[in-house]
Design a protein around this ligand. Structure first.
Ligand code: GDP
Ligand code: MN
Length: 349
C-alpha cells in the first residue's frame, strides 16, 4: 500500500509502515528512566505502554541511566521498543555514593534500626543512593544537559488511556515547571528531620521562596510542621532548567549537607514536592488529571465513562485512588492546581 509518513526499515531490509507521527513542533524533551539491568523486563512493559498510548506518535528520545554499565540485552530490548532515540548513560561516582561528610557508622546504625522497625527500604544502601540521585543529580547528567523537559518513567507502571496531546508542549505553552498525577502522604519515620532542614534552608535563602507558593498544601500550621503530603515522583513531567536553577541547587545542597538521605531515608518525592511547593508559584505546578496511571499500589483512573471510552482506557474506575482518605481528593487538587488555560476533563462521582 502507498503509505505516507515516516517508516523504518525492518531487519530483513524491507520497509514496514510506521504509524504516522503527530503534526506540529516537538519540545526539547526526553523520557528518562533510572534502571538496573535486572529491570529490563519490567521497564519494557512500561515503555510499551508509553509508546502505545503516546510516544509512537511523537518519537521523543528516551534516556536510560544506571550506576553500572547497561548490558547488551537491556540495550537491544529497549532500543527496539522506543520509537525515538534511545540513549544510555552511566552515572559517575561523584553522583552516586556517600559524600565525604557522611559518618558511615552513624548511617549503618540507622539502617540497622530501620531494619528492626521494618521500615520499607529502611536497611537499603542502594535505595538511598537512588533517592539522593533522583533528588539532586539526574538532571545534571551530561545526557540530560541537552534537554529542557523530562518525563520520568519507572519499571512496571501502566498508562491506561490514550494521551491525545503533547504533555511536554502543554508544559511549555503554559509555563509549567512541575507536574504530577497522584499525591499521598510520606511515611513519617523516613523523614523525621526533613522539615527542620527545609526551615533552615528558607531562613538562609529567603530569596528563593516564591511569593505565590503552595505552603498551604504541605503545612497546616503556616509552616511550623510538614503534613507529609507529597506528589508521587515515580511519575513526573518537569522542567530540567528549573531543577538546574540556583534556587533548586541551593536547596538540594543544603539538604544534602544535613545528611538525611543517609541518616534517615529521605525520598526524592518529598524532596521534589517541598521544593515545588515553596519555590514555584502555584500556577507553575500542574495536576495531570487526564493521565490515567498506575504504579504499585495506586491507580488514577477517570471515573467518567465518556472519557474512558473516548481515550480507550483499560483501567477499572473502581480502583481510582483520588478520593479515599489517604490521598488528596480531586476537588482539592483541581481547586489548587487548576491549569489556567486548559479545559480539564471533569470526572463524575
Ligand atoms: P519504589 O518505586 O520506591 O519501590 O522504588 P523502585 O525500586 O521502583 O526504584 C525507583 C527507580 O530507581 C526505578 O526506576 C528503579 O529502576 C531505579 N533504581 C532503584 N534502585 C536502583 C539501583 O540501585 N540502581 C539503578 N541503576 N537504578 C535503581
Ligand atoms: Mn517504582
Amino acid at each position: 500500500p502507498a503509505a505516507s509518513g515516516p517508516h523504518k526499515l525492518g531487519t530483513d531490509g524491507q520497509s514496514f509502515i510506521h504509524s504516522p507521527t503527530a503534526p506540529g513542533t516537538r519540545m526539547n524533551a526526553t523520557f528518562v528512566t533510572l534502571a538496573r539491568n535486572s529491570d529490563v523486563w519490567e521497564i519494557s512493559r512500561s515503555i510499551r505502554q508509553v509508546e502505545d498510548r503516546f510516544n509512537r506518535n511523537y518519537n521523543y528520545d528516551w534516556v536510560f541511566l544506571n550506576d553500572d554499565d547497561f548490558d547488551e540485552t537491556f540495550k537491544k530490548v529497549t532500543t527496539t521498543l522506543t520509537s525515538g532515540r534511545a540513549r544510555y548513560g552511566k552515572i559517575g561516582e561523584d553522583h552516586w555514593g556517600f559524600p565525604s561528610w557522611i559518618d558511615q557508622e552513624k548511617a549503618a546504625t540507622v539502617r540497622e534500626q530501620m531494619r528492626e522497625k521494618k521500615i520499607i527500604y529502611g536497611d537499603s544502601i542502594s535505595y538511598r543512593h537512588m533517592c539522593r540521585y533522583e533528588s539532586g543529580f539526574f538532571f545534571r547528567h551530561p545526557l540530560m544537559m541537552e534537554y529542557e523537559y523530562y518525563w520520568r518513567v519507572e519499571p512496571s507502571i501502566e498508562l491506561f488511556c490514550d494521551i491525545s496531546y503533547d504533555p511536554f508542549k502543554f508544559m511549555a505553552d503554559n509555563g509549567k515547571k512541575y507536574s504530577f498525577v497522584l499525591s499521598l502522604y510520606e511515611y513519617r519515620e523516613t523523614i523525621p528531620t526533613l522539615w527542620d532542614s527545609v526551615k533552615n534552608f528558607t531562613q538562609h535563602f529567603p530569596q528563593h521562596i516564591a511569593k505565590d507558593n503552595s505552603l498551604w498544601w504541605i503545612s497546616e500550621d503556616e509552616g511550623k510542621t510538614y503534613n507529609n503530603c507529597h506528589f508521587w515522583s515515580n511519575f513526573e513531567i518537569g522542567s530540567l532548567e528549573w531543577l538546574r536553577s540556583d534556587a533548586y541547587i541551593d536547596y538540594f545542597s543544603h539538604l544534602d549537607q544535613d545528611g538525611g538521605f543517609f541518616y534517615e531515608r529521605w525520598g526524592d518525592a518529598p524532596v521534589h514536592s517541598i521544593a515545588a511547593a515553596l519555590m514555584l508559584p502555584k500556577e507553575e505546578i500542574h495536576f495531570f488529571n487526564d493521565i490515567a496511571y498506575y504504579h504499585v499500589p495506586f491507580t488514577h483512573c477517570p471515573t467518567g465513562e465518556e472519557t474512558r471510552l473516548d481515550l480507550k482506557c483499560h483501567c477499572d474506575p473502581g480502583h481510582n485512588f483520588d478520593w479515599n482518605g489517604y490521598s488528596w481528593n480531586e476537588e482539592q487538587l483541581l481547586m489548587w492546581f487548576w491549569g489556567r488555560s486548559r479545559t480539564l476533563v471533569r470526572y463524575e462521582r
